[in-house]
Design a protein around this ligand. Structure first.
Ligand SMILES: Cc1ncc(COP(=O)(O)O)c(C=O)c1O
Length: 482
């Protein structure tokens, strides 16, 4: 239960931890910020951390570690085989999911590669509520096709639907029938859908998906990378979960999905990746790819100290006081932005706040990359680094044409247990300034466009000189402030 304040107007989310290790931050003058973003090709991935005040690029591998996680790292056992560290990871997975069979991988996308290698063949389809960039890239690389079946409500930017990541169950059943179950490599449920605003999936919907999979004899896979936020939303938004413990929810899911995988950069507040299943048949089918691509079966490319931190972090993923901190800070930011009138995805989800750039710069066409433009503008405005989750994050169609994103989002991720509330308020304030000056934001064009995962290292430049105008306006409004 959130702690209630005596004076309702003072109510804010209250951290149930204290900060004991700090990292100095820099906030460069706005003219320097302009230089840095242009040197980075207007791609926030190419900015240097030393030039960033609030790093809201991702929640991946950048979460605050607990004292117990840090302490656990000192007992890491780096023996190549038979490592005690791996036994502790297995014990944590058994506690959290109840599963016995565990394959390690160096991170989430490595687990996706293994799944795709084992089950995707040319001409096959993988059905999912919504794709994630790396999951899709591995499937299409092997000749498979991704079919997205999120309930249409999930793509409406502002609703009060509590579970906008839910599968359209009717469409799922119809699609499996039409394609034929033998053509479906697996059905993948992504908890806390990354690309559509960190929106959760209800327990009821996840279980219904597994029922349909069992009915047709199709494999069901849960991407649990964002499951801890999703479990928080199940507990707070879904009546049937209110009186379940977090552990009961994790176990209920693991009992029904054939395979679970996750990025421990998110679930587990650490680094690494895991595939787990009750039925050994599945891990046996994937096992050979672990030594081939990752490393021996007891470390899978992970560094042993990260594995120890993951084991402790997994236990912490059962603790509502820990797992509520991210979603509560995100809800606070979303409310501040919404109160200011800034178009933001609602209701607040996990992972971060998501600015709806199609409404911030409605006159910018998809091929001038509105979400990337807002991201560059926000760095100029406040030294805040977000991530483009719009057309730049899509892959071009095989014929080279652009695939326009359903939603043009600028994601402001909220690394767990990292920021203070005053920093979150600063972020809301700078976004508000940008919103008030949105008429100054112009488009971007490619100067270097890689073929695969272009959002990571592609480069762009401004169309015209709108960024210089933004700096001028900043100086007019903020004087000599940083
Ligand atoms: C839902 C989801 N699945 C998979 C991944 C890939 O994980 P990793 O970054 O560890 O490769 C991510 C990463 O952001 C994710 O959000």
């Amino acid at each position: 239960m959130p702690v209630k304040f005596y004076q309702p107007e003072n109510q804010v989310p209250l951290e149930m931890h204290k900060v004991r290790v700090v990292q100095k931050l820099a906030l460069l003058p706005v003219e320097e910020r302009l230089k840095r973003i242009q040197e980075a090709g207007n791609n926030t991935f190419l900015l240097q951390n030393k030039d960033i005040y609030m790093d809201m690029l991702t929640d991946s591998g950048v979460n605050g570690m607990s004292d117990e996680q840090v302490a656990s790292m000192s007992i890491a056992d780096d023996s190549y085989a038979g490592s005690e560290t791996f036994n502790r990871v297995k014990a944590a997975i058994k506690e959290v999911f109840g599963t016995e069979n565990v394959l390690p991988a160096h991170q989430g996308r490595a687990a996706e590669n293994i799944l795709a290698e084992a089950y995707v063949k040319p001409g096959m389809y993988t059905l999912m509520n919504f794709h994630f960039t790396t999951a899709k890239a591995h499937i299409t690389r092997l000749g498979g096709e991704v079919v997205e079946l999120v309930d249409k409500k999930g793509l409406i930017p502002q609703t009060d639907d509590p579970f906008k990541g839910n599968f359209d169950l009717k469409e799922l059943r119809k699609t499996i029938k039409e394609l034929g179950p033998e053509k479906v490599s697996f059905v993948r449920v992504e908890a806390g859908t990354n690309l559509i605003g960190g929106q959760p999936v209800s327990l009821e919907n996840m279980l219904a998906v597994t029922d349909i999979c069992h009915e047709f004899g199709v494999r069901s896979v849960l991407d649990a990378s964002l499951l801890q936020d999703n479990v928080y939303f199940m507990k707070t938004r879904e009546p049937r979960c209110k009186f379940m413990t977090t552990k009961e929810i994790y176990h209920t899911l693991a009992d029904r999905f054939d395979i679970i995988y996750f990025s421990a950069r998110k679930l587990g507040f650490s680094r690494g990746g895991i595939i787990t299943a009750h039925d050994k048949k599945f891990t046996d089918e994937m096992m050979e790819f672990v030594p081939l691509y990752e490393g021996f079966l007891t470390y899978g490319g992970m560094e042993v100290r990260s594995m120890e931190a993951m084991a402790v972090g997994l236990y912490e993923s059962l603790d509502m006081e820990y797992i509520s901190q991210g979603p509560e800070f995100i809800a606070y930011l979303v409310k501040e932005l919404d109160d200011y009138g800034v178009p933001v995805i609602k209701p607040a989800g996990g992972l971060g706040a998501h600015l709806n750039c199609s409404e911030i710069v409605p006159n910018l066409p998809h091929d001038q990359y509105p979400a990337a433009a807002v991201g560059a503008a926000l760095y100029i405005a406040g030294g805040i680094r977000g991530m483009e989750r719009g057309t730049v994050s899509e892959q071009r169609e095989p014929d080279g044409s652009e695939r326009y994103a359903e939603l043009e989002l600028q994601r402001l991720a909220m690394p767990r247990r990292v920021f203070t509330l005053s920093q979150v308020k600063y972020c809301a304030d700078r976004v508000k300034w940008l919103w008030d000056n949105r008429q100054l934001i112009g488009g971007l064009k490619w100067t270097y466009e890689p073929k695969v995962l272009r959002f990571f290292f592609g480069r762009m430049e401004e169309i015209g000189y709108w960024q210089e105008d933004l700096v001028k306006k900043f100086r007019e409004d903020f004087g000599d402030s940083l």
